[in-house]
Design a protein around this ligand. Structure first.
Ligand code: ARG
Length: 233
């Protein structure tokens, strides 16, 4: 192999952006855990590679980290889209999701469709498809550019919702539901985006074929379902 990533063909060094439960988060024992963590490790292992040490960084820096070779693999609930496919390659899809609009519990924000967000302050994590949605609403004239808030991670955005510093945040549904079950926030409505998540790898990394084979196996033998039950039910 070349000098990228771990620089070792046998080792795949994964990276993620925690604060996105149940996909990736830091538990009470200060460990990085979640559906993506388990699925990534199982996939890399079954594909016949060693799992390197996880890097936990901001979502925004994952693609540069991958292309620069600091990590070999992104497992971060990352939506497969054309813009990202210009820079990196994705595995076969492993999860489907839409977006949700999260508001403070019992807040007077009465919104059941994107048009109702007019005049509100809306936030999302930097570099996410949630932020893309918010920017599209600016384009449509529903939101003001100045009323967009960009956060390094979603826990910071949720804190601002609870404090009343932002009126609504746009975030992947399963993560919205997870915040709603533990924090003072609730899902106002959903935005159908039909996104699918994939693992990211460099475009020239020929280990991607083994990763896809392993993912297929994990689905076929029931391991995938077990992981879903562990992290989502
Ligand atoms: N699915 C969304 C996207 O791809 C959000 C992903 C955020 N992931 C994270 N680990 N914080 O943009």
């Amino acid at each position: 192999g070349d000098v990228l990533g771990g620089g070792d063909e046998d080792v795949i060094v994964p990276g993620t952006a925690s604060g996105f439960a149940p996909f990736e988060f830091i538990n009470e024992d200060d460990e990085l855990v979640g559906f993506d963590i388990d699925l990534a490790e199982e996939t890399i292992d079954r594909a016949g590679y060693e799992v390197g040490d996880w890097t936990d960084t901001e979502f925004d820096s994952l693609i540069p980290s991958l292309t620069e070779g600091n990590i070999d693999f992104i497992a971060a609930g990352m939506t497969i889209n054309e813009e990202r496919q210009e820079a990196i390659a994705f595995s076969d899809p492993y999860y489907e999701s839409d977006q949700a609009v999260l508001v403070a519990a019992g807040s007077d924000v009465d919104a059941s469709a994107v048009e109702d967000l007019e005049g509100l302050i809306v936030g999302a994590q930097g570099g996410t498809t949630g932020l893309d949605e918010a920017e599209a609403l600016v384009e449509e004239g529903i939101l003001e550019e100045d009323d967009l808030r960009q956060y390094d991670n979603y826990p910071l955005a949720v804190e601002d919702l609870e404090n009343g510093n932002v009126d609504a945040i746009i975030i992947d549904i399963p993560v919205a539901q997870n915040f709603a079950s533990g924090r003072d926030v609730e899902v106002a409505f959903e935005i159908e985006t039909g996104e699918v998540f994939g693992f990211g790898m460099r475009q020239d990394d020929d280990r991607l074929g083994d990763i896809n084979d392993a993912l297929g196996e994990i689905r076929d033998d029931g391991t995938y379902e077990d992981l879903i039950e562990t992290w989502f039910e």
